[in-house]
Design a protein around this ligand. Structure first.
Ligand code: NAG
Ligand code: NAG
Ligand code: NAG
Ligand code: NAG
Ligand code: NAG
Ligand code: NAG
Ligand code: NAG
Length: 509
């Protein structure tokens, strides 16, 4: 700021002080604005709303009220800081000082009144459930309101709120389109009442369920694939595919080939004649246009027990390991690469996750594997015969699970009694060196801080069946590994293993 300017301002200040006193100096430079609340309001017919106006200043202002674009204030309300209005319209206010100075006008308050007219909202198509990716349209009707130019307000309120068409279409819908849909007509200062509510709750999962019957092939019988969806009568088209083992095992296990005349059938079932070997199928559903998502079922299989030379699965023998037992599955045939599959898919064998070459052998651990139907699939797209495997046929008792390596004193150790079957009696007994130490519903035996005295052989008993004994060695946290005990321990385990082996061999006869 240079000197001359400073002098000019000082002069103005003094001048202002002289004329009007210190408090009002600033009004030579700025002009206050009146503030009006509320800014927008809807009043039902016959109702009213209280509007209040203020000027942010300690001064005494006389409030003037305006309606519409009138320049003349409404005399009946002059001087009132709050007024009740029952008429729709655009209101504003301002202040006038004793000396006749005026503030700026306030923002407009837009008051609309609601007519006793109803709007009706409808939705197309009339599906019970809308699924992610589908399209729907809502439409607003105002009975008796024809011939008038309406715009439309919509709920849920999204994007801009001003629509001049009475339809809104939502494409490729997702979670953001969920909500209670409503509409109303909007005409100048008048509104219709809000319409009825149409709740929209988009479902993210559409999993058609395929049923294959029969599950096991018998000569001459046809196979019926049947595809189920939640609301079967609502415009679905079905497509039918055959599963082909896919070489990239980390991705989907299969690719799918359309079955003859299997595209978009209106019928929800598909008949296959002359099927002789194990095969997998899926169905797919779609409806409407703009259907963005493809909804496939999980693959389902029809199994053949007949061994053929192109692809075969043989089961056995039982393999003994250190306190565990396992069963060998062997895939043989024309293809160099094989994998083993299982149904149901829980606890799938490890060998389902890679292609094994040559005479592929998969070993399933009977402790961790489940009963189920097992079969082989080749890279050259062949399916072997399928075999029901009931693990119980191989070994039915519980297994004492113990860390393979010596545990350190002072550490937390959890031993468990692995039960394959559902519990019938909720009671598991644990023995340490043949002495009962725990007998309740827990399947674990926990040591918060294991000590040297916990070393020894452990076994568990469940439902009258006893597990083989296994030895837990404990070494001191600091010192070198404990020495001679494991020798006798291993002897005991070996004895137990030999015992099971004898039992199983006799079972297999
Ligand atoms: C405003 O409405 C209330 C009831 O909602 C009524 O008691 C009051 O008399 C009305 N005032 C005016 C000025 O219409
Ligand atoms: C406002 O007006 C009232 C009465 O007219 C008066 O008593 C009061 O002092 C005035 N206030 C100011 C800040 O001028
Ligand atoms: C407006 O109406 C309310 C009742 O709804 C009443 O309490 C209030 O005094 C009225 N205000 C004015 C300025 O008339
Ligand atoms: C939508 O449906 C799901 C189940 O399909 C339900 O859990 C959820 O509460 C529903 N949401 C609304 C807003 O109705
Ligand atoms: C196939 O199964 C479906 C569903 O169970 C059934 O409605 C249909 O009649 C069956 N078709 C034949 C030819 O058996
Ligand atoms: C496999 O087990 C199922 C159910 O227990 C049975 O219906 C089916 O006939 C069995 N298949 C063979 C080949 O044994
Ligand atoms: C374990 O407890 C159950 C029920 O309390 C009892 O029936 C069973 O005989 C007990 N087992 C042993 C080995 O003591």
């Amino acid at each position: 700021m240079d000197m001359s300017m400073r002098h000019t301002l000082l002069g103005l200040f003094l001048l202002a002080s002289l004329f009007s006193g210190n408090a009002q100096v600033k009004y030579l430079f700025e002009k206050p604005t009146a503030i009006l609340r509320p800014i927008s309001y809807e009043i039902p017919l016959g109702g009213n709303v209280t509007l209040s106006c203020s000027v942010e200043d300690s001064d005494n202002w006389t409030i003037l009220w305006y309606r519409g674009s009138n320049d003349e204030p409404m005399t009946e309300y002059e001087g009132k800081k709050a007024i009740n209005v029952s008429q729709s319209g655009v209101y504003s206010c301002r202040g006038r000082s004793d000396s006749g100075r005026l503030t700026y006008k306030s923002d407009y308050a837009i008051i609309k009144d609601t007519l006793p007219i109803t709007a009706i909202i409808t939705i197309q198509p009339k599906w019970t459930q809308i699924y992610m990716g589908e399209t729907f349209t809502v439409r607003c009707e105002i009975p008796g309101g024809e011939g008038t130019y309406w715009s439309y307000d919509w709920r849920p309120k999204r994007f801009t709120t001003y629509y001049t068409t009475n339809e809104r279409t939502f494409h490729n819908v997702g979670w953001e389109d969920n909500g209670d849909y409503q509409c109303r007509g909007n005409k100048g200062n008048s509104l219709t009442q809000w319409s009825n509510v149409i709740p929209v709750n988009i479902s993210f999962t559409l999993r058609p369920v395929l049923t294959v019957s029969p599950s096991w092939l018998s000569p001459g019988a046809s196979v019926n694939l049947s595809c189920e969806v939640e609301y079967p009568s609502e415009g679905w088209l079905f497509s039918w595919y055959k599963a082909v083992p896919y070489y990239k095992i980390t991705e989907e296990p299969y690719t799918y080939e359309l079955l003859p005349d299997g595209s978009k059938t209106a019928q929800s079932f598909y008949i296959i004649n002359g099927q002789t070997s194990t095969a997998g199928y899926v169905c797919r559903v779609e409806r409407g246009s703009n259907f963005y998502h493809d909804y496939y079922s999980d693959p389902k299989f029809v199994w053949s027990a007949d061994v053929n030379s192109a692809a075969s699965l043989t089961v056995g023998p039982v393999v003994q390991n250190f306190g565990y037992d396992s069963v060998k599955l062997t895939c043989k045939g024309n293809s160099p690469l094989w994998r083993v599959r299982k149904f149901p898919e829980n606890s799938v064998p490890y060998c389902s996750n890679f292609w094994d070459s040559g005479e592929s052998v998969c070993t399933i651990d009977t402790t961790y594997s489940d009963d189920g139907v097992y079969w082989c699939e080749s890279m050259s797209k062949e399916f072997s015969n399928a075999v029901n495997i009931t693990i119980q046929d191989f070994y039915s008792g519980p297994i004492m699970v113990i860390p393979d390596d010596p545990v350190k004193t002072g550490t937390f150790v959890s031993l468990s009694c692995k039960l394959r079957r559902k519990k019938i009696f909720p009671s598991v007994a644990f023995y340490h060196n043949n002495k009962l130490i725990q007998n309740d519903s827990r399947e674990e035996l926990n040591f918060l801080a294991v000590s040297k005295s916990d070393e020894g052989s452990y076994k568990c008993q469940y439902s009258g069946k006893e597990s083989p004994s296994r030895y837990m060695s404990v070494k001191s946290a600091a010192g070198p590994e404990s020495s001679s005990f494991p020798v006798t321990a291993r002897m005991k385990v070996m004895n137990a293993v030999a015992f099971i082996l004898v039992m199983m061999l006799s079972m297999n006869q």
